[in-house]
Design a protein. Structure first.
Length: 430
């Protein structure tokens, strides 16, 4: 098998195979980010072609965000039971199927079904819990750095896809742009087939930084037990105050990133006379800076108090969002916003995952993080819908941006309530 051959070659060079798994995971999360972020480019073209309002389209995208996050804890349980590789391939197949079917949609209910339900379920089968699973399963050391790298794939997805999608949409239509995303998903699927493996033990390896091979723990035998397990994990996690602080802070994270900026930034810039390609380029700039910001956040989370890192990240994000409505939307002001906002777009993920693993143990950390990520996507769905409603009711996105900025400042204060010396939650010994 190719993975065994690659593992041997890497071992000769004293490189752990976990880094090859990180590469396949990075590519998968990158193309999923492209599929999740693509509809933000298509809001105005869909309005022009079908006459749908911003609130109509935002409603469908809100459903996608809810399912993208709501699937997280169950996706983590499915990965534990059926294997990461298999779930990645199923996820990519569902996403590409939904995108291809949407090429022929003509009714609003088809948009809701395909871009809301189908793509929401497909992307939710991997989502951020995929990175959390790989980081906690394959790495005993450098876990924060790995999670930072995998989280940065979201930003890289924007950097690679959004300007291309905006350009293709402007010149050849949104359907051609969707085909580009489908082609990228197929490439990621091939990489998963060739390189991805479920656990280090599958290749006779210990996790990076450890010396003992870790066998897979027993999993529920029946489907019913598998579906109930995330509920039991939530029940136990809900008894730990840290869980709720991380949940609500991640709600704010989702509301101020995916739900607001990723969904409405391009359309909002159009209100101020900036073309879609130019606005997408600003998002790409955010992605460029977020790649290094998130990678740096992973490095920092291995070395410093993660509560104070989150305090700084949420505080800077809140100030940047409050700055935007009072800027003149010139190239200079938008570039300034893109730099400061971009540096901590996804930088909150590594510290949040580290705090989750510390409180709830590494084996179930992906399921607990899945529930926390559900809070992230609940916030994203709220902001996606709220931004569309604000634009429809008041002809402006600005109330949504100011509200998100205030929420970020609240989140900055909230994370300091986490007790650094608190014992791990009940799941660590469950």
């Amino acid at each position: 098998m190719l993975s065994t051959h690659v593992a041997r070659r890497l071992s000769v060079r004293n490189i752990h195979y976990g880094w090859a798994v990180v590469g396949a995971t990075f590519l998968t999360m990158l193309v999923v980010a492209g599929a999740v972020g693509a509809p933000g480019v298509f809001i105005i073209p869909l309005q022009k072609e079908f006459g749908w309002s911003a609130a109509d389209i935002s409603g469908a995208l809100a459903i996608r965000f809810l399912l993208f996050g709501g699937m997280g804890p169950f996706a983590a349980a499915f990965m534990n039971r059926f294997g990461v590789r298999r779930m990645m391939l199923i996820s990519l197949s569902i996403v590409i199927g939904g995108l291809l079917l949407s090429l022929g949609m003509t009714e609003l209910w088809q948009l809701v079904l395909l871009w809301g339900v189908v793509i929401g379920l497909g992307t939710g089968m991997t989502a951020m819990v995929l990175g959390a699973t790989v980081a906690t399963r394959w790495f005993g050391q450098r876990r924060g750095l790995v999670m930072g790298l995998l989280s940065a794939s979201t930003a890289t997805g924007q950097l690679v896809f959004l300007p291309l999608l905006a350009g293709l949409t402007e010149t050849h239509g949104w359907r051609t742009a969707l085909l580009l995303v489908c082609g990228a998903i197929m490439v990621a699927g091939i990489a998963v087939i060739l390189l991805m493996r479920d656990r280090p033990a599958d290749l006779g390896l210990a996790p990076y930084g450890e010396s003992e091979v870790q066998a897979a723990p027993p999993q529920p035998g029946s489907l019913a037990a598998l579906l109930v397990m995330p509920i039991h994990v939530l029940r136990d996690a809900a008894r730990v105050p840290t869980f709720w602080i991380l949940f609500f802070s991640f709600f704010i994270c989702g509301a101020s990133t995916n739900g607001l900026i990723q969904t409405h930034f391009i359309a909002m810039c159009g209100d101020y006379g900036l073309a879609a390609v130019g606005a997408a380029s600003m998002l790409a700039m955010m992605g460029f800076f977020d790649f290094f910001g998130t990678l740096g956040s992973g490095w920092l989370s291995d070395r410093f108090d993660n509560r104070w890192l989150l305090f700084v990240y949420y505080g800077l994000r809140g100030l940047s969002l409050l700055y935007l409505p009072f800027s003149d939307f010139s190239l200079y002001s938008l570039s300034l916003f893109a730099v400061f906002y971009g540096l901590d777009w996804i930088a909150t993920v590594p510290p949040t995952l580290k705090l989750t693993a510390q409180r709830f143990g590494p084996e179930r950390a992906n399921i607990v993080f899945g529930w926390i990520f559900a809070g992230h996507q609940l916030g994203a769905a709220s902001a996606a819908l709220g931004g569309g409603l604000a634009r429809t009711a008041w002809a402006s996105y600005m109330p949504a941006f100011i509200g998100a900025g205030i929420l970020c400042l609240i989140g900055a204060a909230m994370v300091l309530l986490i007790n650094r010396d608190q014992r791990r939650g009940t799941l660590a010994t469950a």
